[in-house]
Design a protein around this ligand. Structure first.
Ligand code: SAH
Length: 230
């Protein structure tokens, strides 16, 4: 077992070698990433790997994103501290914690109740109280709470989900979302001014799929009815 001091040393090294070295320069973001104990968000058996340059399993076939990707997506949101943010894909809650440090209030949506529950407990233990976790299909967003200054999707969509685009603030709203196939995607940033959307494609990425009405569709379970012809 590593001590808290050893975890903190690994965390500072992660910020220096993986983030600053690759161009992350938002100082509030770097401070947040030096502060948040990422190891407390990953399952105990992976804790010693929490500060490695890689995604890690968090259960339910889902992953916590690589630190650089968390940093890059958050930096793209250009948060100053007064924003209302919508996050799709709470997972273990690590990205949520980063958003709680960087913005005023975070609404986070997760489809698996078990993950929502784990994330809620992780965040509560660390004292975060400027967030609400909702269970449901995040591809439809949270219309009742919209508009949002910033929206981040931490799962891959087949196209930019329409409801999310329409829940962006009309002036200055931004949305960061991986878009592509279930296996490979590009990270997109959408900006909205005077109600109009401007879309920019950035780097290639690989995320788990966003399931749901405006995401990927669930495959029918095997073992159902036999094929009609052979
Ligand atoms: N930000 C998370 C990453 C989790 S991986 C973290 O730091 O841990 C992507 C997450 O998106 C998974 O938890 C998955 O269950 C969730 N997800 C996929 N489709 C979803 C949908 N339609 N609505 C809400 N959450 C969804």
């Amino acid at each position: 077992m590593l001590t808290e001091k050893q975890f903190a040393d690994l965390r500072h090294k992660m910020v220096k070698d993986q983030l600053i070295a690759r161009g992350i320069d938002d100082t509030r973001l770097l401070d947040a990433l030096r502060l948040i104990p990422r190891h407390r968000f990953v399952p105990p058996e992976f804790r010693r790997h929490a500060y490695q340059d890689a995604p890690l399993p968090i259960g339910q076939n889902q992953t916590i994103s690589q630190p650089f990707i968390v940093a890059l997506m958050t930096q793209m949101l250009e948060l100053r501290g007064d924003e209302r943010v919508l996050e799709i894909g709470t997972g273990c809650g690590y990205q949520t914690a980063v958003l709680c440090e960087m913005a005023d209030y975070v609404y986070s949506l997760e489809r698996f109740p078990l993950l929502a529950d784990i994330a809620g407990r992780n965040l509560q233990k660390l004292g975060y109280d400027n967030l609400d976790i909702h269970i449901g299909d995040g591809s439809q967003g949270l219309p009742d709470m919209s508009p949002f200054d910033a929206i981040i999707v931490t799962a891959a969509a087949p196209s930019i989900p329409g409801p999310l685009a329409s829940q962006m603030s009309e002036n200055g709203g931004r949305l960061v979302v991986p878009v592509g196939t279930a296996k490979s995607q590009y990270l997109y940033i959408v900006r909205r001014f005077d109600g109009r959307h401007q879309v920019e494609r950035t780097i290639p990425v690989r995320f788990v799929p966003l399931m749901g009405r405006y995401g990927f569709k669930e495959k029918p379970k095997r073992g159902g009815s036999p094929p009609a012809s052979v």
